[in-house]
Design a protein around this ligand. Structure first.
Ligand code: PMP
Length: 407
């Protein structure tokens, strides 16, 4: 019957599917896209800032010049032209000397995480990850039947002592932690950045423990103040897998990301990707290559940085002015998100329907933890809404919170 949630297939599903639940963020999408709702919920870049006419012309040229090849199958690893451009992009962040042969093009950063999980995780393996962490990575690790062990952060990112404790606790429980999954720069959702000093410490700890590092870096180029600290992969090659994407610097709709991996592993990743998608979209890869070759893409990133800096400032000012006492939040130096902690007694998940009724949306903190914590937190996005809408959103949100506090 259509329209019911009755599922007659439950006992036929593979074990890895059984724990899967709807993403709170995806469930929110339907509501938050209503124009009367101020959405602080999504994670979309502000695509309207792209020179859309020029991008359209570029796509036309791509069709005219490379029609046949951009409509054809390609190789699983991705085109050599794009992999060369990717190495140039990474060198701007300090990852120098990477070989295009060690780059695997993926269908967004999301497929990159999925490939790495398929490659390394057996059911029951432990993944260490910041608490809170990227919701899409949690979905990937859950599908791999791995267990996520969160490691606490503070304003300087992952806390090295907490990482050491988590490694020791995992070993003491007789479990095997395969890797640390980390978003060191402008973290999603917390908005914090791992300090220079801690980068070295975290790498040392992982090396000593024989733990691989998956460094997820979609936001590193979106800094608002000084440049972001150099990626972990720029400091150490062995055991570090670097993942990034063009979703936040160009266009998420094209679904183009990549992994920089040690050479031997790169071959396995390509095989996994071939089993998974055969090859990434030739058209999308052509579009990104053209964009990086023929358009002022670095200038465009500066435009994004300026827009987002202004929006971050607006959001932080509005929070300063309007939030009820007892609320705290992070002050990101880049990226797209602020992470707020609510006053004692408030529950971001329970409050959500009241917020929607007041025409404002956020993502409850519970979506970013594998263990159900996060009820006293929420993620606020500042990349997508105009400064006026951001301020109005915070006004509505604080109204809802004030009422809850009276209850
Ligand atoms: N990692 C992180 C930390 C992200 O925030 C995102 C996107 N929100 C991704 C990976 C996935 O990016 P993509 O759109 O390229 O799949």
């Amino acid at each position: 019957m259509t329209g019911t949630t009755q599922d007659d297939y439950t006992d036929r599903y593979a074990r890895r599917v059984r724990g899967m639940t709807t993403s709170e963020i995806r469930a929110l999408f339907a509501v938050t896209s209503r124009p009367e709702v101020v959405s602080l919920a999504g994670g979309s870049p502000y695509i309207a800032a792209l020179p859309l006419d020029a991008v359209g012309e570029m796509l036309n040229r791509l069709g005219a010049e490379q029609g046949a090849s951009s409509l054809q199958y390609g190789i699983g690893q991705g085109t050599i032209e794009l992999r060369e451009r990717i190495c140039e992009v990474m060198s701007l962040s300090g990852i120098t000397g990477a070989s295009p042969d060690d780059v695997v093009v993926t269908v967004g950063g999301q497929q990159a995480l999925d490939l790495l999980a398929r490659l390394f995780l057996d059911p029951g393996d432990v993944v260490l990850a910041e608490g809170p962490t990227y919701v899409g990575a949690l979905g990937v690790f859950q599908a791999a039947q791995a267990q996520v062990q969160h490691v606490a952060m503070d304003a300087e990112g992952l806390i090295p002592a907490a990482l050491e404790e988590a490694i020791a606790a995992t070993a003491a429980a007789g479990r095997r932690a395969k890797f640390l999954y980390t978003i060191p720069t402008f973290q999603n959702p917390a908005g914090v950045t791992l300090s220079e000093e801690r980068r070295e410490q975290v790498l040392d700890i992982c090396e000593r423990a024989g733990l691989l590092v998956i460094e997820d870096d979609p936001y590193g180029m979106l800094s608002f103040e000084s440049d972001a600290p150099r990626p972990l992969r720029a400091r150490r090659r062995d055991g570090v897998f670097y993942v990034s994407t063009f979703s936040k610097t160009f266009a998420p709709g094209l679904r183009v990301g990549w992994i920089l991996a040690p050479h031997a592993v790169r071959e396995k990743l390509v095989m996994m990707s071939e089993a998974n998608v055969l090859c990434p979209s030739a058209f999308a890869q052509g579009a990104v290559t053209q964009y990086l070759t023929t358009m002022p893409w670095q200038q465009q990133i500066k435009v994004y940085r300026e827009i987002y800096r202004e929006r971050r400032d607006t959001l932080l000012d509005a929070l300063d002015d309007l939030m009820p006492e007892g609320t705290t939040w992070t002050r990101p130096a880049g990226g797209l998100f602020v992470w707020a902690t609510l006053p004692e007694g408030l529950d971001s998940k329970a409050m959500m329907p009241r917020a929607i009724a007041a025409r404002v949306a956020y993502v409850p903190g519970t979506g970013f933890y594998a263990d159900g914590t996060g009820r006293s937190n929420m993620r606020l996005n500042f990349s997508f809404s105009s400064p006026e809408r951001l301020r109005e959103g915070v006004r509505r949100l604080s109204g809802v919170m004030e009422k809850e506090l009276e209850m």
